[in-house]
Design a protein around this ligand. Structure first.
Ligand SMILES: *Cc1c(COP(=O)(O)O)cnc(C)c1O
Length: 377
């Protein structure tokens, strides 16, 4: 099946009683156990609604198995802890999602895990590996600087060394990038973003081989970050339009990125689709589209005034919805990082991260132009 068909058909159940064509919502948290091979229970991650979305993400990511969590932090922390424990070492990108970074800096020592943070080049990551390294955690493109990691190079190296690789594929979404095809072991998503797509639910997802899933599922069942069946249904409904949404948002983002990079009031644009962007060549190799996230810096103007001048694009944390939003990473996703650390990875106070939605690209460009015109020099 191709993506658009997967979106509609994969995992979706018919209602056997009525012939209804949508997955019924299974609300029970108590299921019959007599003469059953498997006992259903939401925290066992095996109810029909959880299974329906898990099958969709697995198919999208070309994986054998999928799993839905109550958030990406639930998905990524469980996946890391399933493959790294006391005495083990993890290599992680320094410029990735603030929550993942925070989990490593604040909590790894609690589990006896050591961590080395590296820059995004494959050479830097490989240099960070020690004989104790069990897991490499990457993100590509990264949040919020859109740095592109050479996925195939990392995966190839890790396979040889018996190291498990985890990628957070949130920014690209499976529409634009399928990392398992390049040899990555485990893909995680903040389904809160493109998979949900309407900024009205929070969930996480994992996709990998049956073999890799065994430990993740076993640990997930005791840690317990499972998703409610009603939200699973909402997610399933959203995933049916994933391909259409992401393709359109990606097209919009390319237009806006181009427009901003030609704008005299813009100092710098971070978008993998721009030919002069550092990661463009690698992105071109491993992505089908360049995604709908971009960041930029405006030339010495009042940021707050600029954001207040926007009428269509709203200031809001989170991303990936049908509505365009803008955020200041130094105040939101990366606020827990020290100012020095932020500066070192390039998250300046004047950096703005833009999540492009489904509005008309002309209106978005106009909105940005108007807000730029309004701010005083
Ligand atoms: C938002 C985000 C997360 C966290 O997702 P939650 O669903 O809130 O746990 C992780 N990684 C990336 C890249 C994100 O953008």
């Amino acid at each position: 099946m191709k993506n658009k068909t997967i979106a509609i058909h994969k995992g979706t159940l018919r209602d056997s009683r009525t012939g209804g064509i949508n997955t019924p919502i299974y609300t029970s948290s108590a299921y019959d156990y007599i003469n059953k091979d498997e006992t259903f229970y939401p925290r066992y991650f095996n109810t029909p609604n959880q299974d329906a979305v898990a099958k969709k993400i697995a198919a999208f990511e070309h994986a054998q198995a999928g799993l839905v969590f109550s958030s990406d932090m639930g998905a990524i922390s469980t996946s890391i802890l399933a493959y790294a424990g006391a005495g083990d070492h993890v290599v992680m990108l320094d410029a990735l999602y603030g929550g993942t970074h925070h989990f490593a800096t604040e909590w790894f020592s609690h589990f006896g895990i050591e961590c080395t943070f590296t820059k995004t080049s494959a050479r830097d990551m490989i240099t960070g590996v020690t004989p104790k390294t069990k897991v490499i955690v990457i993100e590509s493109p990264t949040n919020p600087l859109l740095a592109v990691v050479d996925i195939e190079k990392i995966a190839h190296f890790a396979k040889k060394e018996n190291i498990t690789t985890i990628i957070d594929n949130t920014f690209a979404s499976p529409v634009n990038q399928t990392p398992l095809d390049f040899g990555i072991d485990i893909v995680v998503h903040s389904g809160t973003k493109y998979l949900g797509g309407h900024s009205d639910l929070c969930c996480g997802m994992v996709a990998c081989s049956h073999e890799k899933m065994e430990k993740i599922l076993s640990l997930a069942r005791v840690l317990g970050p499972s998703l409610d069946p009603k939200i699973c249904y909402l997610l399933e409904r959203s995933m049916k339009t994933l391909v259409l949404r992401v393709n359109e948002q990606t097209k919009n983002a390319m237009e806006v990125a181009q427009h901003l990079s030609d704008h005299p009031d813009i100092a710098r644009v971070y978008y993998p689709g721009l030919e002069d962007f550092e990661g463009h060549e690698i992105a071109n190799r491993q992505m089908k589209g360049f995604g709908a996230m971009l960041s930029f810096e405006i030339k010495d103007k009042d940021l707050t005034q600029f954001i207040e001048g926007l009428k269509i694009i709203s200031p809001a944390v989170s991303l990936g919805g049908v509505k365009s939003t803008i955020t200041s990473p130094s105040l939101t996703s990366h606020a827990k990082m020290s100012a020095g650390e932020r500066l070192r990875i390039g998250v300046t106070d004047s950096l703005l991260r833009l999540s492009i939605g489904l509005e008309d690209a002309d209106d978005l460009k106009q909105d940005l132009d108007n807000a730029l015109k309004k701010v005083s020099h």
